[in-house]
Design a protein around this ligand. Structure first.
Ligand code: SF4
Length: 280
């Protein structure tokens, strides 16, 4: 759901031109009536970027989700690389981190920020950005085809009619695991390397024709996130008043933890990310 009806239905219409908001709203309410803990997934694009904070505040009041996936808009099809609703990578990171800071003490789990922030705070390596590259995802489409990535399934690529797990391991898992930044010279010296995971194979393929390439848009917003995290951490730990030119400080775990706020996301629930948990 990308926002209230008038925002959501700008882009999400069926082939007959009818918006899908009412169906999504009814589905979420039905889940809540049945006692399910709900999470919402939205895509940030030109249609809602300027209203993102208001939309998220409205989601919290209206549906009380415990998790929120706010996704960076991808080109809808491979031949729409210049889709006019796409947004810039820096604008996305700035807006997302602003939202995280505004809502982190209300317990909201903002999945994509968390995905980058957790390795930064916990000082651990995140080798892959999604379970498709990490080898932990299996998607099944409506025709029964199986593959690592739903975007590739839609294109009928890497779509297996029957699942042969040995073939899957050798053709997909061992190949896609090489998408990690640890293998790329491009990433040498990058301060965001341990929190990156090299984005999305679909986006890499759209922008460079090669699913094994660097995802350049993810690269840009990940570097921006890294800078925003460091700036935020500095603000959390800086001494008050004048700072001496030779002042330095190594933040400890609890100081880093302040960046997370009150979020206590629970892995393997519906409020967590389904596609982006990896074994890293
Ligand atoms: S942010 Fe870019 S350069 Fe840095 S590790 Fe990720 S893909 Fe490599």
């Amino acid at each position: 759901m990308d926002g209230p009806e008038e925002i959501h239905d700008k882009l999400r219409r069926n082939h007959g031109g009818r918006g899908s908001w009412r169906m999504v709203d009814a589905g979420v309410r039905r889940l809540k009536e049945a006692g399910a803990e709900v999470s919402l997934s939205m895509v940030l694009g030109q249609h809602n970027l300027d209203h993102a904070e208001d939309v998220i505040g409205w989601f919290l009041d209206e549906y009380q989700p415990t998790g929120l996936g706010v996704n960076f808009m991808k080109p809808p099809t491979p031949d729409q690389a210049d889709y006019d609703q796409l947004i810039g990578a820096d604008a996305y990171a700035d807006r997302m981190y602003g939202i995280h800071k505004a809502f982190r003490d209300r317990g909201l789990f903002l999945e994509l920020v968390y995905r980058k922030l957790a390795p930064f705070v916990e000082q651990r390596y995140r080798f892959h950005d999604c379970g498709a590259a990490g080898g932990t995802n299996l998607n099944v489409d409506a025709k029964g085809n199986v593959g690592p990535c739903k975007s590739f399934l839609v294109m009928d690529r890497l779509a297996m009619r029957t699942l042969d797990i040995d073939e899957y391991r050798s053709a997909v898992v061992s190949e896609w695991r090489k998408r990690s930044p640890i293998y790329y010279r491009h990433c040498d010296g990058c301060s965001a390397r341990a929190m990156c995971g090299n984005g999305c194979a679909y986006d890499a393929m759209i922008h460079s024709g090669d699913e094994m390439a660097i995802d350049v848009r993810s690269c840009q917003y990940t570097r921006r996130f890294n800078r925003l995290f460091i700036e935020d951490l500095f603000q959390q730990i800086r001494p008050s008043g004048h700072i001496a030119a030779r002042w330095w400080h190594i933040p400890d775990r609890s100081e880093r933890q302040r960046l997370m706020g009150a979020v206590s996301a629970r892995p393997r629930t519906l409020s967590y990310s389904i596609g982006h948990q990896t074994l890293d």
